[in-house]
Design a protein. Structure first.
Length: 487
């Protein structure tokens, strides 16, 4: 009778050898995929078409070298790095290089999967190798195609918004950018500015002073020799004593009388710019017109903005029914809420609204990190096209991006042309210009006498109120050496 053990003996070693071979082949397939992930083309050099592998490795090494060189440039010269990454030609070329890299890398991963001969593996291990390859293909292609979309969105934004070619030099070492905010919605002809600010930025340090002008400022002057000065030599005032001509009405008047301005593309903007220059004594370098609805979209695009709300604020216009409230305390506001916080004046006045607007601007400056911008660049680009109209040329974006990063290291100071320092009905414009000069000198570290605002508030009687009420006053943001601390 045959021995069952001896007859079964030879089959056991055969099964063990097959298993060991399958394990080796499985490890080989995984290693080839990992090699391709780390050094594209290395799997082909090891187990496939070596010519293809060598070309792929050379391309990968070149791209890696360019990346490392970019990081070195960023470390050594931030301005040079910014000029490169904001150059439309670089962005266009980079987009297609990254897209081609994504396609080529995926093709190499698929070829590495083939070289691993997964069809010879047991079903379970074949599925594992295929799943790993799928994940790697998705991760590589997704990451690189996202980067390509970022470059495309950035390129489109620059080409759409920063299309001007006229470059302005700094004036007395400062760039003075006129910021106009308003709505161009239903019931309005054009965009009448309801928010008028000048961001005066030191061209070297980035230190910033925000000068705010109330929309209801009257009798505003114009520089001699301009169309508006010829029409209003005594300031922007009507023959009808009962009809107030306000600063935010300059744009409307100029656009209604566009024939007086010849071939000027935007008479309203030109007249408003000239008025602001005469009021403040600052030479305006550029302007940026901000559509407030686009501003709400921008805040939503970056995931909201966090503010320390010091006064309960209604979400409604003066004549509208209150739709809700923005409560006191640290709040993360979405675009609609931030817009109401910046614009509401149902419970207070224009001057309180001006203070809240500065706090929103300061929060955006502090919270818009490069990482947040990168992760939301497509939504930001879309909202920015609806938000912003400017004459800052694309060639100057690297300058302003560098100054914006520098500005984050310094406190933002503010000065506002508001009572009690200034009577908005009959302003003393030499006093206004002195207030602006004092604020700029103080931001630059000069030892100057107290500003006109400080002098006025020192001699005029102030209402009695508790410390809590005083700290919650939104108008405190209108004149401060450190906007972040005040807000």
């Amino acid at each position: 009778m045959p021995d069952d053990r001896s007859s079964a003996g030879p089959a056991a070693p055969a099964r063990t050898a097959a298993e060991e071979s399958a394990r080796v082949q499985f490890r080989r397939a995984i290693v080839l995929l990992v090699m391709t992930l780390v050094v594209p083309g290395s799997a082909q050099i090891a187990a496939g078409n070596r010519n293809v592998g060598r070309v792929a490795v050379r391309i990968w090494a070149s791209l890696l070298g360019v990346t490392l060189l970019g990081l070195l440039v960023a470390y050594l010269s931030r301005s040079t790095f910014l000029s490169l990454v904001l150059d439309q030609r670089v962005l266009f070329l980079g987009r297609w290089i990254v897209t081609a890299a994504a396609i080529g890398w995926v093709v190499l991963l698929l070829d590495a999967w083939r070289l691993g001969m997964p069809l010879r593996l047991p079903q379970r291990r074949r599925l594992i190798v295929t799943a790993v390859n799928g994940v790697l293909c998705f991760a590589v292609a997704g990451s690189l195609l996202f980067a390509a979309n970022v470059l495309a969105a950035q390129n489109h934004l620059i080409g759409t918004v920063f299309a001007s070619e006229e470059v302005a030099d700094a004036s007395d070492g400062r760039y003075n950018v006129l910021l106009l905010g308003g709505d161009s919605g239903e019931g309005r002809e054009g965009m009448r500015p309801d928010s008028i600010n000048v961001a005066s930025v030191d061209a070297e340090s980035g230190r910033t002073v925000i000068v705010s002008l109330p929309r209801n400022l009257q009798r505003v002057p114009f520089p001699e020799g301009t169309v508006m000065h010829e029409q209003f030599p005594d300031g922007f005032v009507s023959d009808d004593e009962d009809e107030g001509y306000y600063l935010n009405g300059v744009s409307t008047w100029a656009n209604d009388h566009a024939d007086l301005f010849g071939d000027t593309a935007d008479p309203g903007l030109l007249a408003t710019t000239q008025a602001v220059e005469a009021i403040t004594g600052l030479k305006i370098s550029y302007h940026a017109s901000i559509n407030m609805q686009g501003f709400a979209q921008l805040i939503d695009a970056v995931g909201g903005v966090t503010l320390d709300v010091k006064q309960r604020t209604p979400k409604s216009g003066i004549t509208e029914k209150t739709k809700g409230w923005i409560e006191v305390g640290e709040q993360k506001l979405n675009g609609d809420e931030a817009l109401w916080y910046a614009r509401s004046r149902k419970a207070d006045n224009d001057f309180a609204r001006m203070g809240r607007q500065k706090c929103v601007m300061n929060a955006m400056l502090a919270q818009l990190s490069p990482q947040k911008v990168l992760l939301n660049v497509q939504d930001i680009a879309k909202s920015s096209a609806a938000l912003l109209s400017t004459d800052i040329p694309a060639s100057e974006l690297d300058v302003f991006a560098d100054l914006a990063l520098k500005a984050r290291s310094f406190p933002v100071s503010t000065v506002s042309i508001v009572p009690p320092a200034v009577n908005t009905v009959d302003p003393d414009f030499p006093v206004v210009r002195q207030m602006v000069d004092d604020a700029i000198n103080a931001s630059e570290g000069a030892d100057e006498p107290p500003s006109a605002f400080e002098t006025a508030t020192a001699v005029l009687p102030q209402p009695e109120r508790s410390e809590e009420e005083a700290a919650a006053d939104p108008t405190l943001a209108n004149d401060t050496a450190d906007l972040a601390e005040t807000c």
